[in-house]
Design a protein around this ligand. Structure first.
Ligand SMILES: Nc1nc2c(c(=O)[nH]1)N[C@H]1C(S)=C(S)[C@@H](COP(=O)(O)O)O[C@H]1N2
Ligand SMILES: [Mo]
Length: 255
């Protein structure tokens, strides 16, 4: 790890020690679940805790239209090859539904038209991939908070899991991701159906993708099929809360 990053982290740690006394009650509440306690014990936990202490619900930077990249490059899956997705795609996603289930009193099944009819948010933000490139794009979508309010969220629901249509390798169970309640209710966390004023292109996750703007690219799940409210993700797939997390990436990918 570069000396620069380490120095910054140490600085964050020092400032968080000062803030710690003020904010500890919130942290205590967060650390109730065994999964969370495990996260918070590691270096990743320190990063997440210090960022949360310092930035709380602050917004990711938003840019003027002039900053939008000429091309929003795509990465990972560019066109899910499974039959079900291709059938939905050839039907213009008319038959596609976003399923909302798990620890919600009112499970939902929402069409694109229904999602488009909900209150929308537009934001021009920078996408940072862990591979070291960035692009700026204009997203439009429905705040996840709006959908969660419709479905309801039981108190024991701590995370939202996002299931995607694509497998990166045959039989891998499919791409998936998860975020906690703080990010789920963050105003810039949206389910995006448009990029740069056009329907979300297939390479970028049509018909719907997650934008969770204070985290790295791999958290931005494309090709959404379902979301599930859960108390923990230890029993889902590899147990680490996401496709790349199961392969060693950090669950909290704050930037
Ligand atoms: N379903 C799905 N979501 C995904 C990926 C993927 O392969 N499949 N790749 C991730 C990574 S690593 C990045 S950088 C972004 C890329 O988004 P883009 O293709 O719109 O640039 O999507 C993320 N979400
Ligand atoms: Mo990425």
């Amino acid at each position: 790890m570069s000396g620069l990053i380490w120095t910054r982290r140490q600085m964050l740690l020092r400032s968080s020690a000062a803030l710690g006394a003020l904010l500890l009650p919130g942290c205590d509440r967060l650390s109730v679940s065994p999964g969370f306690r495990r996260v918070l014990r590691g270096a990743e936990g320190l990063t997440m805790r210090t960022q949360r202490l310092l930035i709380g619900q602050s917004l990711a930077r938003e840019f003027p239209p002039s900053a939008i990249s000429a091309v929003f490059r795509s990465n990972g899956t560019r066109n899910p090859r499974n039959e079900e997705y291709q059938r939905l795609r050839s039907g213009g996603f008319e038959d596609w539904r976003l399923v909302v289930r798990g620890l919600v009193p009112r499970p939902l099944s929402l069409s694109l038209a229904e999602l488009r009819a909900l209150p929308a948010r537009t934001q021009i933000t920078r996408h940072d991939c862990v591979e070291g490139w960035s692009v700026i794009g204009k997203w439009q979508g429905v705040p996840l908070a709006v959908v969660l309010e419709r479905a309801g969220l039981r108190p024991e629901a701590r995370f939202i899991v996002f299931y995607c249509a694509d497998e990166l390798q045959r039989g891998d169970g499919g791409y998936y991701e998860s975020i906690d309640r703080v990010d789920a209710y963050h105003p810039q966390t949206i389910l995006a159906y448009a990029l740069n004023d056009e329907a979300l292109p297939v390479p970028n996750g049509a018909p719907l993708r997650l934008r969770v703007e204070r985290q790295l690219g791999y958290k931005q799940a494309k090709y959404l099929m379902g979301i599930e409210a859960v108390a923990g993700f230890a029993r889902i797939r590899g147990g680490r809360g996401g496709y790349w997390e199961d392969r060693g990436y950090e669950w909290y990918a704050g930037i």
